[in-house]
Design a protein around this ligand. Structure first.
Ligand code: RNT
Ligand code: ZN
Length: 438
């Protein structure tokens, strides 16, 4: 062993010892506050978070001309070099992100990410499981589950911006067939991976200006979803969710799939789950305050966690107040962790996409661990016994506990790079891989 190797071994061992001392001390401090950090870490390891594929290529997909603009009221901004242009590049990038993130993952795919062999192209209404076989192989290789989304946007058959609510029956039929094909593909995902698949329905259908008929599109949307969910499936294996939205770019005045519409649809159709995306409400409305209401009525619900900046901008998730509050609501309420299907949904094309993906995933993991490291039972008791002054004091006290050391211990137990190391790997990947994509 050379002198340099020996020096690096010694410094690594010293580093590990130092981290252990820091964790032991943090665990002791938390224990005095009634928190078992070890239990928190072990619990979080088992919580699946669905990581979307679409951060890697600015939501372009592979089934239509990728130079076409993103439609359906959503938009990516920025032109950072290195976007994944092929399935191989997207998988390689996704794999890099997996290696940088702790915790249990699921891969969230859109139908537009179908992979066609030479001469194998079909339109969205004719998609089959075989067009996703490579993704199934990818999921199996990484031992992760798959979630799915029919893609009701960025496609020439969106007529006047409408899909499932279209008054053109032939057009609407095309999109219903797409939805049904996606139910079959979701069932295939669940069978192949042995893990249930969440299939989310979201449409951007709506109007820029004041419509004359608000009910017609909603009646048609309702009928369309009913036809889609009539496709035979096992609701335990394919969990169908409906996502609401308040407005989109170019559809500012009216969206068919409003909050009331989707929530009531889910409430009146057994087995259908509501999905809340925290970018899809008025800026002062907080999804963290809505989760518990849903849990009063639904066995299971689903979330898209994002970061709206003034509007549904889909900024990268960071460890901000609302993300922390969402995480608290996810881990509290008894068994809610098992009843909430957690997914991420953001897309930023203005910064390194591997970093964007990773920061979002790691931030949510931090928020969840932080939430698990609160004396939740005690805080609830303070509320129930009306000790509200003490409740505020205790909550503020918990904010300055040595969470960073618990987080580092979690990273190390998951084999994920430490907070001070992961970004170096992104820089290296950018230099060796992304910068060569011209
Ligand atoms: C759009 C919705 C939807 C999409 C993805 C790509 O506002 O949030 O979930 O972001 O399906
Ligand atoms: Zn969403």
């Amino acid at each position: 062993m050379s002198g340099n190797d020996l020096a690096s071994k010694i410094s690594q061992a010293a580093g590990a010892l130092y981290s252990k001392m820091r964790y032991d001390s943090a665990a002791e401090i938390y224990a005095m506050a009634g928190v078992d950090t070890n239990a928190a870490i072990e619990k979080l390891k088992e919580v699946p978070v669905s990581l979307h594929c679409w951060q890697g290529d600015d939501v372009r997909g592979f089934d239509t001309d990728p130079s076409k603009p993103l439609t359906g009221g959503i938009q990516t901004t920025g032109n950072y070099p290195g976007r994944a242009r092929t399935p191989e590049e997207l998988m390689a990038d996704y794999e890099k992100v997996l290696s940088l993130c702790p915790g249990k993952k699921k891969l969230n795919l859109h139908a537009s990410y179908a992979i066609f062999e030479e001469g194998d192209y079909v339109d969205r209404d004719k998609l089959e499981p075989k067009h996703f076989k490579k993704w199934v192989d990818f999921a199996k290789k990484h031992e992760i589950g798959l979630d799915f989304n029919p893609t009701f946007f960025s496609h020439p058959k969106m007529k006047n911006g409408l899909t499932l609510s279209s008054p053109d029956e032939e057009n609407r039929k095309f999109w219903i067939e797409h939805g049904k094909a996606c139910v079959r593909i979701s069932e295939y995902f669940a069978k192949e991976t042995g893990i249930p698949c969440v299939m989310n329905i979201w449409i951007g259908d709506g109007y820029k200006d004041i419509p004359a008929d608000r009910k017609g599109p909603r009646d048609r949307y309702r009928d369309s979803i009913e036809q889609i969910i009539s496709e035979p499936h096992d609701p335990k294996q394919v969990k169908i969710t409906v996502e609401s939205k308040v407005f989109g770019i170019g559809v500012e005045s009216y969206t068919a799939g409003s909050a009331e519409f989707t929530l009531l649809f889910a409430a009146t159709h057994p087995g259908i789950l509501p999905l809340m995306d925290n970018g899809h409400y008025h800026p002062t409305e907080m999804v963290s305050d809505k989760i518990s209401s849903l849990l009063c009525y639904f066995d299971e619900i689903a979330l898209h966690i994002t970061r709206p900046v003034r509007w549904d901008s889909d900024h990268v998730v960071i460890l901000d107040d609302e993300t922390k509050e969402l995480a608290k609501e996810i881990v509290r309420n008894g068994d809610s962790l098992n009843r909430i299907n957690i997914a991420l949904d953001y897309f930023d094309a203005s910064i390194n996409r591997i970093a964007a993906w990773t920061i979002g995933f790691r931030s949510l993991q931090k928020a969840l661990l932080l939430a698990l490291c609160q004396p939740n039972e005690e805080l609830k008791k303070l509320q129930d016994t009306n000790q509200l002054t003490k409740l505020m004091a205790r909550q503020e006290e918990m904010k300055i506990y040595p969470f960073g050391d618990v987080w580092e211990e979690y990273l190390s137990r998951c084999g994920a790079p430490s907070e001070i190391d992961w970004f170096k790997e992104v820089e290296k990947y950018e230099e060796e891989v992304l910068s060569k994509r011209v």
